[in-house]
Design a protein around this ligand. Structure first.
Ligand code: C5P
Length: 397
């Protein structure tokens, strides 16, 4: 699957750089071409000679190396690959990538490229957990950079935790999935997910039990099939999927704005459990119970994102899929909902607490479309997502 794929491998300066030598070997075994770029700090950990010997190609090191520029300019170098892999991605490289710094060959070509980038972070656990790195990771995910790892475990510095670079074979799997020529390659798909939080005052909000697991799994399954996925999520617990454009929102109104701003798309999957109502005038300061009064609130209806996208004229996605989380008369309510909202398919499920579906890892859904009803057996949310993604691919192709 990697035969004749061109990988531009940026090796940053971390102890994990030794694993990049093994990564080069594994890539070459699979028929890929590896063009290595070694940062100054990377040279402290692995030598240019060992890198170029394993890659069977010249190792690029310096932005101002005129020979390199004569042979292949950094712009061309950055764009001639099928995938750019940054392994290890140090905290410093992440910061440069997130903020558009271009002061050496690696950072310059990462800024100049329009090729997909896969980052394999490696750093001390405190550095990975630092709020600056959290922010940088969020920016990069939002920019569409895919991540593999980091893993949990013992580190060269003697500490233990998240920050170990993924193993070469794990990175190979991530590379294969980035380069997968799936049935949804070239398709742009929106997925909404998670609950929304509707503020009551600065510290309180209305919410629901949605974990965002089903939406995350759908986004992941679509991305693995090659789609460009825009994942608009409310404040959910579920792990964010890799390899998607991530847009994080809090309220239904923000979700509506985010959805409008990413249209047009080929398909839109509305898996979010959007709050139906918001508090009309949330208090600017924390409401105090010592005032002796029981507060009263008035509510306003939130915009119905699914209905408005389903009913738009020009620019309507070719396929609009809604979800119906119901506690009574699941199929009858969901069937009516599909017609009322105007979406093409509804994925209905029973969210009575005893089903364990809302917030759980499994789902039992009924797919309702013009073709009728189809009840799928109870299965993991990942499996539901894969099956739904396959249906979406079939419908779009
Ligand atoms: O009306 P109800 O909330 O039951 O509909 C559920 C479906 O509608 C889900 O697909 C959900 O994502 C979507 N929805 C929405 N905007 C709302 C309410 C629901 O997109 N304000």
């Amino acid at each position: 699957m990697l035969t004749d794929k061109r990988i531009l491998l940026v090796i940053g300066g971390g102890i994990a750089a030794f694993k990049s030598l093994e990564l080069i070997r594994r890539l070459r075994e699979r028929g890929a071409w590896v063009t290595p770029v070694l940062t100054k700090a990377g040279e402290e950990f692995v030598t240019p000679l060992s890198v170029s010997s394993l890659a069977g190609e010249k190792v690029y090191r310096d932005l101002f190396d005129l020979t390199d520029e004569a042979e292949m300019g950094h712009i061309q170098l950055s764009r001639s690959a099928d995938l750019i892999v940054v392994a290890p991605t140090t905290a410093d490289l992440m910061a440069k990538m997130a903020h558009g710094l271009a002061n050496d060959l690696a950072s310059t070509l990462l800024l100049a490229t329009d090729t997909q980038v896969l980052a394999a972070p490696a750093m001390n656990v405190r550095m990975w957990e630092h709020s600056a790195t959290r922010r940088n990771a969020a920016i990069l995910r939002d920019d569409g950079v895919a991540f593999v790892g980091p893993n949990d475990g013992a580190m060269a510095c003697g500490e233990y935790g998240l920050g170990r670079m993924s193993e070469p074979l794990e990175i190979i799997t991530a590379i294969e999935s980035e380069l997968a020529d799936g049935p949804l390659t070239g398709r742009r798909i929106l997925v909404t997910s998670g609950p929304t939080h509707e503020p009551i005052d600065p510290v309180r909000y209305l919410a629901n039990r949605s974990s965002g697991k089903q939406g995350s799994a759908i986004a992941r399954a679509l991305a693995i099939m090659g789609a460009e996925v825009i994942f608009v999520t409310g404040p959910a617990n579920a792990t964010r999927p890799e390899g998607v454009h991530l847009v994080e929102v809090e309220t239904a109104a923000q979700m509506m704005d985010a959805v409008k701003s990413v249209l047009p798309v080929d398909a839109a999957i509305f898996a979010a459990a959007v709050a139906d109502w918001c508090v009309t005038s949330p208090s600017d300061s924390k409401m105090k119970k010592d005032s002796g009064k029981i507060p009263s609130m008035t509510f306003a209806e939130n915009p119905d994102i699914l209905a408005s996208v389903s009913q738009m004229g020009d620019g309507r996605p070719a396929l609009v899929v809604g979800f119906a989380a119901e506690t009574d008369e699941v199929v009858a309510n969901a069937t009516a909902k599909r017609l009322r909202k105007g979406c093409d398919w509804i994925v209905a499920n029973d969210v009575n607490l005893e089903t364990g579906i809302m917030g759980g890892c499994e789902n039992a859904v009924t797919l309702i479309s013009d073709d009728g009803l189809e009840s799928w057996p109870r299965m993991g949310k990942d499996a539901v997502a894969q099956q739904l993604a396959a249906r979406i691919a079939a419908a779009l192709n």
